[in-house]
Write a protein that binds this ligand. Structure first.
Ligand code: HEM
Length: 452
């Protein structure tokens, strides 16, 4: 290389480094310091300084002293403090990203429904989970998101979900048989099992059986129309398919195992509800326990009759919302309620706080009471948006119907086969690692109902 070329390369390198430093300073210092006073002038206050104490919850925290469902002070201690001092709209930071945190239904409505076009998914979230979600629907923004949603969401419409019931039954039946053999091998009438790990594996299996059939590969001839549509829309590239598959695998794997685990906790803690749900299962399935191994036992019709399990799942999701925070960044100066939101400010919905708000849910807010959902979700609290485990609006969870169906089938299968008790080894420590999970797993004692 001659001298001029070396100089040119050096110049380009120097310019790139300078550009990176400037954008970093701009993004994390100048923007951050400019946005905070704008909010404070409107009376919105909060943490004076980053870094965000959200990371305190990850490591080294002791377990909760007792099994209480009042989890906000444990999982998001800073939020519990801020709500006390500053109310349901307060300021906080994610590293250097300033954001307001909200648990006020009217403002959440504006964010997710009325003004959704003024917000996109947060850059911060992408940095921390891109390896999991890759470039799929969960993270996409703008036209890219609209195109992906148009392709993937219809695969999870209610009729498509009904067609997956058989696959979920088959996968679940195999796991149930494995669990029965596991207890039998011990020579005892009951045995401890960490069901969280089991649910993770089961979900991977279910997603493989259902999702791979949805993505229109060449061998799936009967779906050639979908394939054409897919090709037309995204000019199918391998990385796009991989991105979508990774997203669906990750969401199924990450979100369903915690919900099922916490539901097992509730069944173990509240034997009356466990028995009520079991009676319903026995009635709906008409004692078909011996046929389970052949699969197809819970039909789509049966799923809709499992209303007690449905209420139990909803109450579990209220107390332990799998997605505890929903995050956006403002891309255009706008208003949320009476609050002016400048471009660049982050906004988080604190779902845990919303689901544990005494003013919305009443004095029994921290008690397990599935009956509050007996007339559905809209009237369970004082505001229809008080319950939002799957979010609302254009970016609402595409897997909602699928998740509800799958969880009902799995819990029905378990209740049909086993009595569930809490293990003395269970340690109550819900923690946010992205989703809300039981930090030390979910060891329960399983006692098969039928004699071997
Ligand atoms: C307990 C189960 C689940 C819960 C509580 C849950 C919750 C959520 C929530 C709150 C969102 C919105 C996130 C946001 O706006 O930032 C979301 C989005 C999403 N969920 Fe789920 N989810 C569950 C299961 C699933 C499953 C099984 C799938 C796979 C089919 C799935 C696929 C997705 C996708 C692709 C999105 C992004 C949608 C978009 O941005 O347009 N979810 N989910």
């Amino acid at each position: 290389m001659d001298v001029i070329s070396v100089l040119l390369v050096a110049l380009v390198l120097a310019f790139s480094v300078l550009w990176m430093v400037c954008s970093f300073l701009m993004r994390y210092y100048w923007v951050a310091s400019a946005l905070r006073p704008v909010m404070e002038k409107q009376g919105i206050r909060g943490s004076p300084n980053p870094p965000n104490p959200i990371f305190d919850v990850f490591y080294g925290k002791p377990d909760m002293k007792e099994i209480s469902h009042d989890i906000l002070p444990h999982v998001l201690p800073w939020a519990a403090q801020h709500i006390k001092f500053y109310g349901n709209v307060h300021l906080n930071w994610w590293l250097r990203e300033p954001r307001i945190v909200i648990s006020e239904p009217k403002i959440i409505w504006d964010l997710l429904m009325k003004k959704h076009k003024d917000f996109v998914k947060s850059h911060f979230i992408k940095v921390f989970s891109d390896d999991i979600f890759h470039k799929g629907l969960f993270h996409a923004n703008g036209e890219d998101w609209a195109r992906q949603r148009q392709i993937v969401a219809p695969r999870y419409y209610i009729d498509e979900v009904k067609a997956m019931v058989g696959a979920v039954n088959n996968a679940t039946s195999q796991v149930m048989a494995k669990w029965e053999a596991f207890v039998k091998d011990s020579g005892d009438v009951e045995r401890e099992l960490d069901v969280q790990v089991e649910f993770m594996n089961l979900n991977v299996d279910v997603v493989a059986r259902t999702t791979l059939g949805l993505i229109p590969f060449g061998i799936n001839v009967e779906r050639w129309k979908v394939r054409k549509q897919f090709n037309d829309l995204v000019h199918v590239r391998e990385d796009v398919i991989v991105a979508e598959l990774k997203t669906l695998y990750a969401t199924g794997f990450i979100s369903l195992a915690p919900l099922l685990s916490f539901t097992m906790l509730m069944l173990a803690l509240y034997p009356d509800w466990q028995e009520k749900a079991r009676q319903e299962v026995d009635q709906v399935l008409d004692g078909e326990v011996d046929q389970v191994l052949d699969g197809e036992v819970v039909s789509p019709k049966d799923v809709s009759k499992l209303t007690t399990i449905e209420m139990i799942l909803r109450e579990t999701l209220r107390l332990y919302p799998t997605m505890p925070l929903i995050a956006r960044v403002c891309i255009k100066d706008t208003m949320l309620g009476d609050v002016f939101i400048p471009k660049g400010l982050g906004v988080s919905v604190n779902v845990v706080a919303l689901h544990h708000d005494r003013d919305l849910w009443g004095d029994d807010v921290n008690e397990f009471n599935p009956s509050r959902f007996k007339n559905g979700t809209a009237t369970a609290a004082k505001h229809p948006m008080a319950f939002m485990p799957f979010a609302y609006g254009v970016r609402t969870c595409i897997g909602r119907a699928f998740s509800e169906m799958q969880c009902k089938i799995i819990i029905a299968n378990i209740l049909q086969r086993f009595e569930v008790k809490l293990s003395p080894n269970y340690r109550h420590h819900p923690v946010i690692t992205g989703p809300l999970i039981p930090k030390h797993g979910m060891p329960v004692i399983l006692k098969p109902r039928r004699n071997f």
